[in-house]
Write a protein that binds this ligand. Structure first.
Ligand code: ADP
Length: 307
């Protein structure tokens, strides 16, 4: 019996507090900034928003604090058609935040407090095990505790739910987790951290992909920024599939948009090459706009872009 075409995203939610500064604040200095605003981010949230905005039926397993910003973010996700029943409000934690200084010239300096994201452990996964067991695909990143990620991956694998891991931010991973993964989507930095191979061209990308294949991962997609993606399936030769040429303004959430879009298309049973083209288009649109979640396009916008 085939499963409902449903995606479960498990991951982080952050409120990004962004302020423009003439230079990064020095020890002991009080500095006047400008343009302060709060943007909703976190890799999990960005990927869930991308998938839902592009038309995938999406459950989001995540943790917020019992605070106003947490409630506001949950409401915004619901308005993006995400199923927010699996977002847990933790009583004694604040919602995750990032404090971001943007200096003249565009460089960022970021401080993160994981807050409630740090509570997304096995107990939260157990609470929503039915969502994972009944889904077609589980999509995760690495901004929440590994114990929860591993528990979810095992549960998915045992129940024929495809396990997709976007291994960001870069960190070494236990073999036990990689053994559960069906598809992995690192960027070049993350591929290097996980394989030790410096991905600089097609040959080195293939070498890195082989390391993942040897760990039992069927499909490897190494995203290459403006150069596109290297895709490799177990037992076949890989290749680079170029992206779209656009005038990039802000690449925040490019990878998140790519992942959400890719899974949306795969859930519709599009062949991998078509799904990659769709994901390239969505991510290309996102880099022409500022910010994380505000930059993620709708289905109509991607369709118009591809015409
Ligand atoms: P991450 O944001 O995780 O570091 P990448 O930078 O590799 O990921 O980008 C992910 C995808 O976003 C790329 O495969 C491509 O589809 C798209 N992308 C990123 N940068 C650009 C760009 N400058 N122009 C067009 N597409 C881009």
């Amino acid at each position: 019996m085939s499963k409902p075409k449903k995606l479960v995203v498990l991951g982080s939610i952050n409120a990004d507090h962004v302020i423009s500064v003439p230079h990064f604040v020095k020890p002991g200095e009080t500095l006047s900034g400008s343009g302060y605003h709060i943007a909703y981010g976190g890799k999990g949230a960005n990927q869930a928003v991308a998938a839902a905005r592009l038309g995938a039926e999406t459950d989001f397993i995540a943790c917020i604090g019992q605070d106003d910003i947490g409630r506001a973010m949950k409401q915004a996700f619901a308005e993006d058609n995400i199923n927010t029943d699996s977002i847990v409000a933790i009583a004694d934690e604040m919602s995750g935040i990032a404090m971001i200084q943007v200096a003249d010239g565009g460089e960022n300096s970021i401080v993160i407090a994981a807050g409630a994201n740090g509570r997304l452990d096995e107990s939260v996964v157990a609470k929503f095990q039915q969502n994972i067991m009944q889904a077609d695909t589980l999509l995760m990143q690495l901004e929440t505790p590994l114990a929860g990620i591993l528990a979810a991956a095992k549960l998915a694998k045992q129940n024929q739910t495809r396990v997709v891991l976007n291994p960001a931010p870069a960190q070494p991973l236990p073999q036990e987790l990689l053994a559960q993964v069906d598809m992995i989507t690192p960027n070049e930095t993350e591929a290097k951290t996980l394989t030790g191979i410096n991905v600089v061209d097609e040959a080195t990308a293939q070498q890195a992909a082989e390391v993942f294949h040897q760990q039992g991962i069927q499909t490897v997609l190494i995203t290459l920024g403006s150069k596109g993606v290297f895709v490799s399936e177990q037992g076949q030769n890989g290749q680079i599939i170029a992206g779209f040429r656009v005038q990039a303004v802000d690449t925040t959430a490019a990878g998140d948009t790519f992942n959400g879009a890719l899974l949306t298309a795969l859930l519709e049973d599009q062949p991998l090459a078509d799904a990659i083209r769709f994901a390239h288009a969505a991510a290309a649109i996102s880099v022409t706009r500022k910010g994380a979640q505000p930059s993620i396009p709708t289905r109509q916008e991607v369709a118009a872009f591809l015409q």
